[in-house]
Design a protein around this ligand. Structure first.
Ligand code: SF4
Length: 314
């Protein structure tokens, strides 16, 4: 059954412009409430404030899915089966009630929040009931203080799904994201993503290159891209993300004036970034012209040549 999120979320926006918002002590209390929300429920994912999974379950469709952490988590800890033919599990009503609450808190504080949808599924998975997607669309419309980052590896499904979800047009608080792991995916999926963006009037398009599995030239597409996120792989079978691939994407985005968000190196990092000292016992792999050490996600960090790149939508 479709849910009426407007009843308890977006309705609070009507007739209440920014100039009528709380001031002084009220504003301070609202900001404090927002801070507590993020401390309590915020995501560890560096490019979003919060994560919402409307459902759980998926099928692998890309080399980027090979070591899917969501599959591991869902099958081993949540009892959700994975793959073609496996039923997707809609999350509980209590989970669906969170975004309207986040929206109210964001509105009171006068600060937009970004929500990654979905970390344990793909919102454009065609194995999911269309009504679930309609319910998600209603929630996105009803929560205008949340910027919904809808990331997919199934860009071919997206145009028809968004047209069905938003017959009156895609709202501005939806950012469409596509995962690109290598050059082949870039040349296959970025033209489709750009076409969907232009055709449906989508305000923001982002590209997630995590895990980055090869050198990729995206320079010819960047004029229509609003954010590029790059990250290496984590987990026991993590593949090496080479230093020159990362530097190249940093430089391409800088040249084009597109925000660049470097999330993490992942398990492996080049010695040219971190040195050898203290890592003598780490596993080493040489891929000319660099040597790479398996130091773990926490120690590899997220700086490139000594600088942090944590930009977001302008
Ligand atoms: S699309 Fe995402 S959630 Fe689905 S299998 Fe691939 S990595 Fe996992």
């Amino acid at each position: 059954m479709a849910q009426d999120f407007a009843a308890n979320a977006g309705a609070s926006m009507i007739g209440k412009g920014n100039d009528q918002m709380a001031t002084g002590p009220e504003k301070t209390a609202a900001k404090e409430k927002l801070k507590r929300l993020l401390e309590r429920e915020g995501t560890g994912i560096s490019w979003a404030d919060l994560t919402m999974n409307p459902w759980i379950g998926c099928t692998k469709v890309s080399p980027a899915c090979d070591h899917c952490y969501a599959e591991d988590l869902a099958t081993n800890r949540l009892g959700v089966t994975w793959g073609p033919g496996a039923p997707r599990r809609r999350t509980a009503p209590g989970n669906w009630s969170k975004p309207p609450r986040w929206n109210r808190i964001a509105e009171e504080a006068g600060e937009r929040l970004t929500v990654f949808c979905a970390s344990l599924a793909d919102w454009a998975d065609n194995a999911v009931d269309d009504q679930w997607r309609a319910d998600l669309a209603a929630m996105i419309i009803a929560t205008p203080w949340l910027t919904w980052m809808l990331l997919t590896k199934r860009i071919g499904n997206v145009r028809a799904m968004l047209e069905a979800m938003f017959p009156d047009g895609v709202p501005d608080n939806l950012a469409l994201g596509v995962t690109i792991a290598n050059q082949q995916e870039a040349d296959r999926d970025l033209p489709r993503a750009l076409s969907v963006k232009a055709g449906l009037g989508i305000k923001r398009l982002f590209v997630s290159m995590e895990p980055l599995l090869g050198p990729v030239d995206i320079s010819r597409y960047l004029s229509a891209i609003d954010l590029v996120i790059v990250g290496g792989e984590s987990g026991k079978d993590a593949r090496i993300m080479q230093l020159d691939w990362v530097r190249s994407l940093r430089d391409q985005t800088k040249e084009a004036g597109v925000p660049f968000h470097f999330k993490q190196w992942g398990e492996w990092i080049a010695t040219a970034q971190i040195g050898f000292h203290g890592f003598e016992r780490c596993r080493r792999v040489d891929i000319a012209p660099h040597a790479y050490l398996r130091v773990g996600v926490r120690r590899s960090g997220h700086t490139i040549d000594g600088f942090e790149h944590r930009e977001h939508f302008q």
